[in-house]
Design a protein around this ligand. Structure first.
Ligand code: GLV
Ligand code: GLV
Length: 321
């Protein structure tokens, strides 16, 4: 019997796919940073038994409809809002993601973005490289303190909890909003459960780590930003679409909040003329939350193992529930 066929939508290192290759014939899109065009993706999906996808690939009804052999999709991300999971389930296709392996790496980045925003790190680094540093100044590049402040986390899953842990090292008071209480985070990090409004009203840093769902889509509106402290900073390391970006821009322009650190955007990639990039109060990153070399390699290996497991009729390690 011929081996099953697996299509990988980006160029990944061979080593991370070695195990998968024992089970399947693996083909990859030839580029690392450029997405596989929709046309190619549809063509490959038509033949594939397994797909290893990126968060930038839209795995919708149209694609799933044509994918008659498809048994498993492994998404190289913890978030899977790019996949129509319900429809996949109706076609008995298993969808897997990469939780756990990226938790601490993503929390590191979220906290780094918080710190960079508060202490104007990117701006200060540019300042010196641009030859603007003429001497030490009493209020030069003066930012805002992090230690001892209130950290409000919206979306208290594993990554949110890991961010709370980091906050405690800075003597921060931790508030969180989540659909359900996270008792473990309350006990381990002294986090206090609060309503969305309370988190907005009381926090000096509001960090968003919630998955994108129908409920969380555009939950950060002008009205929400208006409830925040005028000196507060908003950080988003989840999905851009949880924010109404026009509203965020207006909120910063109107002085409702002090600034924002953004790792994600409603439609990625964004270009230099994106309205939010025009604001000096915005620190922007190109969606690199889980991007440490160690973690990205682990994510690839987990995807490979998940696909191989399903193709061999076994239970994958991390199917989405
Ligand atoms: C990254 O955004 C992920 O969902 O893993
Ligand atoms: C700053 O460098 C200081 O010594 O206060």
């Amino acid at each position: 019997m011929s081996k099953p066929f697996v299509y990988v939508t980006r160029l990944l290192p061979e080593d991370q796919l070695a195990k998968l290759k024992e089970t399947a014939n693996v083909e990859m899109w030839e580029k690392e940073e450029e997405p596989c065009p929709r046309k190619v993706l549809l063509e490959k999906a038509r033949e594939a038994d397994g797909l290893l996808t990126m968060l930038s690939d839209k795995i919708d009804q149209e694609l799933l409809e044509q994918a008659e052999n498809l048994k498993v999709i492994a998404n190289l991300a913890v978030g899977y809002d790019n996949i129509d999971v319900k429809y996949a389930a109706s076609k008995k296709i298993t969808v897997c993601n990469t939780p756990d392996v990226l938790t601490d790496t993503t929390a590191d980045l979220a906290f780094a973005l918080l710190m960079a925003s508060a202490r104007r790190i990117a701006k200060a680094a540019d300042y010196i490289k641009e030859g603007k540093w003429k001497g030490w100044g009493p209020l030069q590049m003066a930012g805002m303190d992090i230690h001892g402040k209130t950290l409000g986390i919206v979306g208290m899953g594993k990554i949110g909890t890991a961010v709370a842990k980091r906050g405690t090292g800075f003597d921060m008071k931790i508030l969180y909003h989540n659909r359900s209480r996270n008792k473990a985070a309350e006990e381990a990090h002294g986090a206090k459960h609060a309503s969305f409004d309370e988190v907005l009203e009381q926090s000096d840093f509001v960090v968003c780590l919630t998955p994108l769902t129908e409920e969380t889509k555009e939950m950060f509106t002008y009205e929400a930003f208006k409830k925040m402290k005028r000196k507060a900073i908003f950080v988003n390391a989840s999905r851009g679409a949880v924010v109404k970006e026009d509203d965020l821009k207006r909120a910063i322009e109107d002085g409702l909040i002090a600034g924002a650190g953004l790792d994600v955007f409603a439609s990625e990639p964004i270009q230099p003329d994106h309205p939010l990039l025009g604001l000096r109060q915005v620190t922007a990153l190109p969606h690199i939350g889980s991007s440490s070399e160690e973690t990205r390699l682990k994510m690839m290996e987990l995807c490979s193992r998940n696909i191989a497991a399903v193709l061999k009729g076994k239970q994958p390690e991390t199917p989405v529930t």
